[in-house]
Design a protein around this ligand. Structure first.
Ligand SMILES: Cc1cc2nc3c(=O)[nH]c(=O)nc-3n(C[C@H](O)[C@H](O)[C@H](O)COP(=O)(O)O)c2cc1C
Length: 492
């Protein structure tokens, strides 16, 4: 019996509503670790890193309580998505998967077959249990962590949802963009060029107008996952979340912004950024594993009010040298978007996509295909490395054959070592969309990247002249498993 069943959860019963119910379910799965007495000052972030870095997708979620200097019940949650089961729970998918690429495929199939459901506006909800406005606003009422030892400041927003509105069509975007705390009433919001929230803010500023934000810093992990996913610009994350749930997300109207705020959110901060008003932001330990970020003046947010539940929970996701707690999120959500783009471009026989956690993310993406025609592999490489979900800050894109599991790094390395010729199987892309978090970004904030065709050369495949692989055949494996069923074979 698998863990989920023994805990009273079957694969298809494991659904939940809201962060608190999610925590209960995770506790039932045996994947919640409660930690008392950790300081907000680098201890919570460090404990999470030490529990996650070598966990191979099985780290617990960490719920910190009794933070020194703060009331009991004022909690932080780290590592929400650092196990495959918890990502599956969050997306409403079966909890067990053979290959990591299988969960990507199921998520991708789900995306293709669901209707978007817009949020439903309701009059009130738990997020309105406490409302701070004017002089009462104090963001440090909560145990806001300094996540890494060399961060200059405390950051209230890491696993967050920054809600912004497009001034042209009125649509809303949710993006995960970090929030540095400057003082009780002022926070930062670092949004990289090209991200949807940045496009919104740039549009207001270009018109000399202020830009309002509603920022959730504790909420359903599904909303965080979608906020951190490269969904297309015309897809609203709240509508997408409704689609995944099969019912509308209930939202109140933010008292200051008028934006939809999930009624069961833990903490929602409303505020405004003004053109030309900037403060020095960073440095902060970043997703490529370095304190590589520039510390420069960036627009900040003047807080107008804070709504929060009783005993609120801040959701956190500091990133660091891989593997960090966001590796699976980027592996699954990012890869599903790349898969979508490959098929949207008409490329056949995509069998697996995985952004490897050690990369991290699009720094190392592998795509598994059944080769159908000469040049198929190159087609796939160029689209995967330049589509919306794959383009940002990419470095290595590798295409492998159908017998190589794209989500198994050992197999991908073997293909790169035996089916790839450095003279003919490389393409370079120059001056691509980069990130200043990359220690090697080029002047002008571009980067160069490499495409690797690690597939068997197509003509050799056709002629059947590439040497056969040394492996136990499927038939013999089956026979042996039956005859020696008492042996503790790992899964194929
Ligand atoms: C934990 C975490 C923190 C992130 N922090 C930032 C950030 O501070 N700024 C940023 O531009 N992107 C950040 N990202 C990446 C964006 O959330 C991601 O690119 C997302 O697709 C942006 O949403 P958008 O596509 O609607 O712009 C972060 C991602 C994660 C998982």
């Amino acid at each position: 019996m698998d863990d989920a069943r023994s805990a009273g959860l079957s694969n298809d019963q494991a659904s939940y509503r809201g962060l608190r119910h999610w925590i209960e379910k995770v506790d039932d799965l045996g994947e919640l670790l409660r930690v008392d007495n950790a300081s907000w000052d680098a201890e919570m972030g460090s404990i999470t890193q030490m529990m996650t870095e070598k966990s191979r997708g099985n780290a617990p979620a960490l719920l910190f309580d009794n933070v020194p200097g703060y009331p009991q019940g004022y909690r932080t949650l780290y590592g929400s998505l650092s196990s495959i089961k918890r990502v599956a729970l969050t997306l409403g998918l079966p909890l067990e998967h053979e290959r990591k690429a299988d969960i990507v495929q199921r998520y991708y199939d789900r995306m293709q077959n669901m209707e978007l459901i817009p949020p439903k506006i309701v009059d009130s909800g738990p997020v309105m249990e406490n409302i701070m406005t004017g002089d009462d606003v104090d963001v440090l009422k909560f145990p806001v962590p300094r996540h890494h030892e060399q961060d200059k400041a405390r950051y209230i927003g890491t696993a967050n949802c920054v809600i912004s509105q497009d001034p042209d069509d009125g649509s809303y975007n949710l993006g995960t963009y970090r929030n540095q705390v400057y003082d009780a009433k002022t926070i930062g919001c670092q949004i990289t060029e090209g991200k949807h929230g940045r496009i919104h803010r740039d549009k207001y500023f270009e018109r000399g107008e202020e830009c309002k934000f509603a920022i959730l810093v504790g909420m359903d992990p599904l909303l965080y996952m979608l906020s951190a996913s490269p969904l297309p610009e015309d897809v609203g994350e709240l509508d997408f979340a409704g689609g995944i749930r099969g019912e509308a997300i209930e939202c109140i109207k933010g008292p200051y912004t008028g934006f939809p705020i999930p009624a069961d959110a833990e903490i929602a901060i409303e505020g405004v950024a003004r053109p030309g008003k900037v403060k020095e932001e960073g440095p902060f330990g970043e997703w490529m594993g370095y304190y590589s970020d520039d510390s420069v003046p960036r627009p900040y947010v003047e807080i107008k009010n804070i709504l929060h539940r009783n005993d609120p929970i801040i959701t956190c996701a500091p990133q660091h040298k891989p593997v960090d707690e966001t590796g699976l999120l980027k592996g699954i959500a990012g890869s599903a978007e790349i898969w979508r783009s490959l098929e949207a471009c008409g490329l056949p026989d995509i069998l697996g996509v995985w952004n490897h956690e050690g990369g991290p993310a699009t720094r190392f993406t592998a795509i598994q295909i059944k080769q159908r025609y000469p040049g198929h592999a190159r087609n796939v490489l160029h689209v995967a490395s330049n589509c919306q979900g794959g383009a940002y800050a990419g470095k290595w894109t590798v295409v492998v054959d159908e017998d190589i599991d794209a989500s198994d790094l050992d197999q991908v390395l073997w293909a790169m070592s035996t089916r790839f010729d450095p003279d003919t199987d490389i393409d370079l892309i120059l001056k691509a969309w980069a990130s200043k978090r990359d220690p090697l970004y080029l002047p002008g904030n571009f980067n160069n990247r490499i495409l690797i065709d690690a597939c068997i050369p197509y003509d050799q495949l056709l002629k059947g002249v590439f040497p056969p692989v040394v492996d136990v055949s499927k038939e013999l494996r089956k026979q042996i498993r039956e005859k020696f069923s008492h042996l503790p074979f790992p899964r194929d």
